[in-house]
Design a binder for this molecule. Structure first.
Ligand code: GRF
Length: 206
């Protein structure tokens, strides 16, 4: 079976991109990254693509008049690079998913969806909200992407404890450690054709 070809979409520090590259390099992620796309030229994560000679495209939402036009440009780029899966890795813009990419776009969110997610829940805002609410566990969710924020069918979730002395920063770093395990695990499930979307649910075959 050919390795899964990933387009990795970033907006910021690209820690997830770095994690994928490390997993691919040591054989723990059965994939390759033919293209990294950022919606900002200033995304720090672009350095990881450069260091590994991965082609980069910048596609800025400001250059398009609607989400639909921006999304068309993004997915045209993914089609050109013949990718199997579009992986949102700290990518902050809403996309409209075209028919040929339904079930082929994934995201990770740093909470247990459907809690603490949706528009406005990003970065440490998520973890502050978890702590303020008094939740005892948090975690991360890998899910297929539809046309709403943090809404598509869930592939897998992993939990972490919320400690009494946690700050948004300490909780964020505990959750991110778990993300570094969960995201490659979910992509490997897709690479092995073990996921099947049935309505809102994702069936995982053994
Ligand atoms: C992670 O917390 C992830 O859950 C969210 O973006 C963060 C990673 O961003 N989607 P980055 O890879 O450091 O840019």
């Amino acid at each position: 079976m050919n390795r899964l070809r990933l387009a990795v979409l970033i907006s910021g520090t690209g820690r997830s991109l770095k994690n994928f590259i490390e997993h691919i390099d040591d054989g723990r992620l059965d994939a390759e990254i033919p293209i990294v796309v950022s919606n900002s030229q200033d995304a720090k994560g672009l350095q990881y693509a450069e260091m590994h000679s991965i082609p980069i495209r910048i596609i800025r939402a400001e250059d398009y008049k609607s989400t639909a036009d921006f999304s068309n440009a993004m997915f045209d780029c993914c089609r050109l690079s013949k990718v199997d899966l579009v992986v949102l890795a700290g990518f902050v813009k809403l996309l409209s998913i075209p028919n040929d990419f339904v079930g082929k776009v994934v995201n990770i969110h740093p909470s247990l969806i459907p809690s603490f997610c949706g528009k406005g829940y990003y970065g440490n805002r998520v973890h502050s909200a978890v702590i303020t609410y008094g939740a005892k566990i948090s975690g991360c969710t890998v899910h297929f992407v539809d046309n709403e924020y943090d809404n598509g069918p869930i592939i897998l979730q992993k939990t972490v404890p919320v400690k009494e002395d946690d700050t948004a920063e300490t909780l964020a770093s505990r959750v991110f450690e778990m993300e570094c395990i969960a995201y490659p695990e979910a992509i490997n499930l897709i690479a092995k054709r073990k996921t099947q979307i049935v309505g809102r649910r994702v069936k995982i075959s053994p």
